[in-house]
Design a protein around this ligand. Structure first.
Ligand SMILES: [Zn+2]
Ligand SMILES: [Zn+2]
Length: 112
């Protein structure tokens, strides 16, 4: 079974919402019939003959949860937000100092 969809994620770095296409291929085996069917397969779904509706949504949901990455980034080289002014550095740059001056250097400056 092929599943392709877009999932909505929020980037961990810049908090931008983005869509990630997910294409998953998975197999679900259905066994319709007697309950005493023996199998080592864990993915076999037992169905009684009276059940004429398979809850596919549930399986698809499970697969989607597995497909969602632990760390969501809108792109590999996402620059994130400026810790000083909060600007999205992917969209625009800012003039904030990237590193606070080392206090030792500050002292030196005073001496000079
Ligand atoms: Zn991002
Ligand atoms: Zn900034």
């Amino acid at each position: 079974m092929h599943l392709s969809t877009n999932i909505h994620l929020t980037c961990d770095r810049c908090l931008t919402e983005f869509q990630k296409p997910v294409a998953e291929k998975f197999e679900i085996l259905f066994h319709i019939g007697t309950r005493d069917f023996e199998t080592d397969e864990e993915d076999v779904v037992m169905l009684s003959p009276e059940e004429n509706e398979i809850e596919l949504d549930r399986f698809i949901e499970e697969q989607l949860v597995l497909a969602v990455p632990m760390k969501a980034l809108c792109r590999e080289d996402c620059k994130g937000l400026c810790p000083v002014c909060g600007v999205n550095l992917n969209v625009q740059s800012c003039n904030c100092p990237k590193e606070t001056l080392d206090p030792r250097w500050q002292k030196l400056k005073e001496l000079l």
